[in-house]
Ligand binder design. Sequence first.
Ligand SMILES: O=C(O)CCC(=O)C(=O)O
Ligand SMILES: [Fe+2]
Length: 407
Amino acid sequence: MNRENMMTRARGRSSPSTHTNSHVGVDVSSSDGHLDGKGNKSRIHEHAAGGSSANGLSGQFNKSVSVGSSSVDFGKPKPVPVEGLNTSKHLVGEPTCKFTNDRQLPTQSNDHTENNVNLQEPELSQLSKVLIEATSHERGTNCSSEEPFEICLKKSGTPKLKSSLIVLNREKRNENKLSMGGLAAKILRPGMVLLKNFISLKDQVEIVQTCQKLGKGNGGFYQPGYGDGAKKMMCLGKNWDPRTCSYGERRPVDGAEPPPIPGEFHKLVQKAIQNTHAYLLEEVGQKNVESVLPSMTPDICIVNFYTSTGRLGLHKDKAESQHSLNRGLPVVSISIGDSAEFFYCDQRDINKAEKVVLGSGDVLIFGGKSRHVYHGVTSILTKTAPHALLQETGLRPGRLNLTFRKY
Ligand SMILES: O=C(O)CCC(=O)C(=O)O
Ligand SMILES: [Fe+2]
């Protein structure tokens, strides 16, 4: 295939059939926290469309490319120097969320009725006000008085040998695939690239184990103050406060300092960006890879664990520094466990959004022209996690997502 063809294919958008014709459903029974126009919090229930398909990527992968193994050596978390962080501006000067309502999700109903209500901001603000009453008793709830949340269920004494062999075999197959050019990358839109199956099973196991360990320690997983427990969160490097939509050195809920980002996570992020650059340069023929997708050394990682009912409303990630946002430094997102239906769009309108299914081991990178894209998770596809991962780690049903950014 000549380069021109490859570029055309790589840039090709999904077919019209991948656009969602979804409905909006909102009720008071769930899950994500939001701020209304006055900085008050509410929650919006987000239903997944019953008709959505779980077919994986909405289009074909355009090009496979050999980029080397993504295997890294996991060891103790290492502190990483933080450059240029100025959180005082956020902590003191900006007490309310800058992207008010950004995480409120106009999304889909799980029935097929035609009450298609495309909620826009005024309606959402009204709704938020109503919902504040319903949720105010939950605000500020955290896990400080509870048992730490563990993403792995206790193992029931399953013989280790069997699952280890499966992991090793899969690992070997992965390595073979990679050396044969089996890594699939797809440009979803300019500056947004999906690396399918990028994280080897061995590394997925180690990421889960690292998150399990960090998650039950100081600064570990907690229930972010709202909702029904469908999503747990912890931060690494810096704290992200969902109530103020800003970063800080400690989390207000219990004063805990987030653990540093482990060195092995850094290596994976670096490798993902390098491989994306190699793909853009060598396979797509884009010479100016740094301007399409700038390099990024993260100082923040937000780790979300979604249970089977977990959702994340359409929002933009825009609490990072102006410098970071203006330069289009990418967000690097790693998915592990059950797959998720992930939507992205230019306007906060689910009807105009495109969908991609993010599976275990996938890495999604969005920076450059896509840094300000709206995105969200409408549903978790249950029982889709790799069997060997579950056997090896005891990961709960659900999805682990790590998003890396540079403040
Ligand atoms: O779970 C995901 O895939 C997206 C997470 C996300 O958008 C965020 O943490 O800001
Ligand atoms: Fe996000």
